[in-house]
Design a protein around this ligand. Structure first.
Ligand SMILES: Cc1ncc(COP(=O)(O)O)c(C=O)c1O
Length: 467
């Protein structure tokens, strides 16, 4: 642990504005405790005519994050808003006191219907298309392992997928003899501008190469390694035109971007509830378009194309339909799902487009500050708005292959300056023999300009010390 905090120390940095509780926005402002399924308190506190700055300060005050540090690793997991947490505690108590009927707190069996009905419109989905899952990994595994592949089938994926997807892909590769082909995603290094077309081209080439052997296309809407936003809607359109079903890993988009699943027109979308959506741990959202009906058209087969491997009702799938069958995995953590629902409702009340704009504005500021204050460093996410996200990846050093140095940087940034971010590593090319390392910064609705500027100032100071 480094103790060299000669000029700047953590308290000084945090005193500079970043991470400090905002004076004048008292907790009394939001004093009514929200009821389960009713976030009236937060919405009334956030309503009214405010300047943008004042509005986001109020939003920031809705969170209970430790103010002695600045948490900028939402990409790993988020943090529940105060009211959501309060009701989560209350609901856990109800379940402990009334284990049998839970005091009817969650409606009637299967207990999640009201929750789904409340949040589905916010995602551009019908209620019979949305499943409250355990997390992204759960959603990805349920779909990939449920599909009836056969030897010689091809799944298109990319070389920047998360293990939450690749572990299931490797399983079906082993089980069925499926070929997994990784499309090489271009990586921005500042050398040349990248465009949406640069991300479309390799998919088109792969489709030309494998033709109708392709039975599924799997890609992250925002690959976690670089934080690039892929042109998901265009990729889905391309896949549809070749009758290829799409499964999107949306670990980083739920709660960050303003999603409309119908407009996106993918077949399956699996995301996290606990990351950018700031729901309870072990919650996620799985979208199954129209009972997976398109699968049979795109993928004609004598057999059922999708088995519900993760359900207590799988044997009656035709009767119950895809949503209920996928939802019902046995006894569930209803307080956690209610907390996710409550968090989604808060997002809907703030406005999902407004949140996306805020996240992307802070991310743009972060990129500008990094380029300006640490010009010797390298950004691995394009500054183009349509390709960027709330995840910014950056290496302040000229040697991108030194992972240990960046791990030390991350730890010292936390210990000496109070900023919590993480590291990431990736292959720039599919055949790269060495990993490239970067720092990964998350900017979210509970951050402000001071947080971003304070972080970059700390990074600049630490980079000078460690160079
Ligand atoms: C792209 C991506 N997919 C999947 C996951 C796994 O998410 P979860 O913990 O919700 O399963 C992560 C986690 O960081 C991720 O970054």
């Amino acid at each position: 642990m480094s103790k060299d905090t000669s000029k700047f120390n953590r308290r000084d940095f945090l005193k500079g504005g970043a991470g400090v509780a905002v004076a004048g926005i008292s907790s009394g402002l939001f004093s009514n405790q929200a009821q389960a399924s009713d976030l009236g308190g937060a919405s009334s506190r956030l309503s009214g005519n405010h300047s943008d700055d004042r509005f986001w300060r109020k939003v920031k005050n809705e969170f209970t994050l430790n103010r002695r540090s600045v948490y900028m690793n939402v990409g790993t997991t988020g943090s529940m808003p105060k009211d959501v947490l309060k009701d989560y505690d209350k609901n856990n108590k109800i379940v402990a006191e009334h284990p049998w009927d839970m005091d009817n707190a969650f409606g009637s069996w299967p207990y999640v219907n009201d929750m789904i009905a409340a949040i589905a419109p916010g995602f551009g989905a019908n209620t019979d298309e949305l499943v409250l899952s355990r997390n992204t990994t759960d959603g990805m595994a349920s779909i990939i392992n449920g599909l009836d592949f056969k030897e010689g089938d091809v799944i298109l994926s990319t070389h920047h997928e998360h293990i939450g997807a690749t572990s299931s892909l490797y399983t079906v590769q082993e089980r069925f003899g499926v070929e997994i082909f990784d499309v090489e995603l271009p990586v921005y290094t500042g050398e040349r501008e990248l465009t949406v077309e640069d991300y479309m081209r390799p998919f088109r080439q792969a489709i030309r190469r494998f033709g109708d052997r392709i039975k599924l296309m799997v890609f992250s809407h925002i690959p976690y390694k670089t934080g690039t936003t892929l042109p998901a809607k265009k990729l889905c359109r391309l896949a549809r035109s070749h009758r290829i079903p799409t499964l999107i890993d949306g670990a980083h988009t739920i709660g960050m971007l303003n999603l409309d699943f119908h407009d996106l027109d993918c077949d399956f979308y699996a995301g996290s509830g606990h990351k950018w959506q700031c729901g309870a741990g072990a919650t996620g959202i799985l979208y199954i378009r129209d009972n997976a009906s398109r699968l049979e058209r795109f993928w004609p087969s004598d057999r059922r194309p999708l088995y519900f491997v993760n359900s207590s009702l799988a044997a009656s799938a035709d009767y119950y339909g895809a949503q209920l069958v996928s939802q019902y995995v046995g006894h569930d953590n209803y307080p956690a799902k209610q907390a996710l629902t409550d968090s989604c409702k808060m997002w809907d009340e703030i406005g999902r487009q407004r949140i996306e704009d805020r996240v992307l504005d802070l991310s743009a500021l972060c990129k500008e500050e990094l380029a300006d204050k640490i010009p010797e460093g390298t950004l691995f996410t394009s500054p183009r708005r349509e390709l960027s996200s709330g995840l910014t990846t950056f290496n302040p050093f000229s040697d991108w292959t030194n992972g240990e140095l960046l791990t030390e940087f991350r730890d010292r940034l936390r210990e000496d300056y109070g900023y919590i971010i993480r590291t990431t590593d990736f292959h720039i090319h599919k055949d790269s023999t060495e990993s490239t390392y970067a720092l990964r910064i998350s900017t979210h609705l509970f951050h402000d300009e001071d947080d971003v500027k304070g972080l970059v100032k700390a990074m600049k100071h630490l980079a000078r010390q460690m160079s």
